[in-house]
Ligand binder design. Structure first.
Ligand code: ZN
Length: 348
């Protein structure tokens, strides 16, 4: 099994919405990159330079007209593609590099340079539909990453875990009809973007390969850990992914201004711990995380740090922390989801 943890970073990601008032701000990455340069972090990670996704690669998920619409914003001071989704002159370049940054990470995991890693990119991706920008997202980084792994790395079964506060409508829609990529999402519900009811399980051959866990506000570390343990682990154990991708949003953080969840840095570390266990069991530790939302800038920095430390085997968790989460009570939604998904997964 390869060792080492990769980090994808690039100053271009800070150019998207530079000097433009928006909650999805360059400051989100500025503080994360500063944290990475700190004395306790700098030596522990392999920096992976990103490359831009090509138009041909973007077309694995997006329509030509959508790619052209985003490309047409290149160099323009300001374009609004959706009520929530704006561009500045370098946004198209940043968006191509955000999708391509995850490709670069997948390359380095596939060739054994690193075991796992985190693409610290902007703009985020999981709301970007095949034919339109939406919810701060221009191109769907994680769905493109799944297609990239299948087209170029020989991956036949991929798992996407989406712990962002919001449902990844576009990731679900892109992958809804097929069994190759299993999409698992926890999200506040009902809430933006409105999709993600637990009865949305996939279509045709894809039935059972979409797993939605809709949540009332107020869930914290124990509830999320128990949801992952009781639902994700047995399904992933039966599915046996060859690569695990994560849409990591930190808008479930306890003080996030957009969300009502209560996850702390230790909670994110514990979810990562569980995903590392799954990856070690099923796919030689291959785990590629990409950044989605997260709007409490300082809280996100500490949460990303906790995830990175977990990836690099320097966990902030004590045995007592893990024992506490292991012994927690699952929230009622766990049984509701199991009732629906048991038709597809006898391991539940
Ligand atoms: Zn979000």
């Amino acid at each position: 099994m390869a060792s080492g943890t990769g980090v994808v970073r690039h100053d271009m990601y800070k150019q998207h919405l530079a000097d433009y008032p928006h909650v999805e701000s360059p400051q989100r990455l500025e503080v994360i990159y500063d944290m990475l340069d700190g004395a306790d972090m700098a030596a522990n990670f392999v920096t992976i330079p990103p490359r831009p996704a090509t138009r041909e690669e973007l077309a694995w998920v997006h329509t030509k007209s959508h790619i052209q619409r985003v490309a047409a914003t290149d160099g323009k001071p300001h374009v609004s593609l959706d009520p929530d989704t704006q561009t500045t002159p370098l946004s198209y370049q940043a968006a191509k590099l955000a999708a391509g940054g995850l490709f670069s990470l997948i390359d380095k995991i596939s060739d054994g340079t690193v075991r796992n890693g985190f693409a610290l990119v902007r703009p985020p991706g999981h709301h970007a539909e095949q034919d339109r920008a939406m919810g701060f997202c221009l191109f769907n980084n994680v769905a493109l990453g799944a297609r990239y792994a299948m087209h170029t790395c020989g991956v036949k079964k991929g798992l996407i875990v989406d712990w962002d506060l919001h449902h990844g409508n576009a990731t679900q829609n892109t992958l809804y009809d097929g069994p190759e990529v299993l999409y698992f999402s926890t999200h506040q519900f009902p809430y933006y973007p409105g999709t993600g009811n637990l009865t949305q399980v996939g279509h045709g051959e894809g039935k059972g390969f979409t797993v939605n866990v809709p949540l009332w506000p107020g869930h914290g570390d124990t509830e999320f850990f128990q949801i992952f343990k009781q639902i994700l682990s047995p399904i992933a154990g039966a599915f046996k992914p060859e690569l695990i991708l994560v849409s990591a949003g930190f808008d479930t953080y306890v003080d996030d201004p957009l969300g009502g969840m209560k996850v702390t840095p230790k909670g994110y570390a514990a979810l990562t711990h569980l995903l590392i266990d799954l990856a070690n069991t099923h796919c030689s530790g291959k785990l590629a995380i990409t950044l989605e939302g997260g709007y409490h800038v300082a809280g996100q920095r500490e949460s990303v740090k906790a995830v990175l430390k977990e990836l690099a085997e320097e966990s902030i968790l004590t045995q007592a922390d893990l024992a506490f989460l292991e012994q927690g009570t699952p929230p009622p939604v766990v049984e509701e989801v199991i009732q629906v998904q048991r038709a597809y997964w006898s391991s539940l």
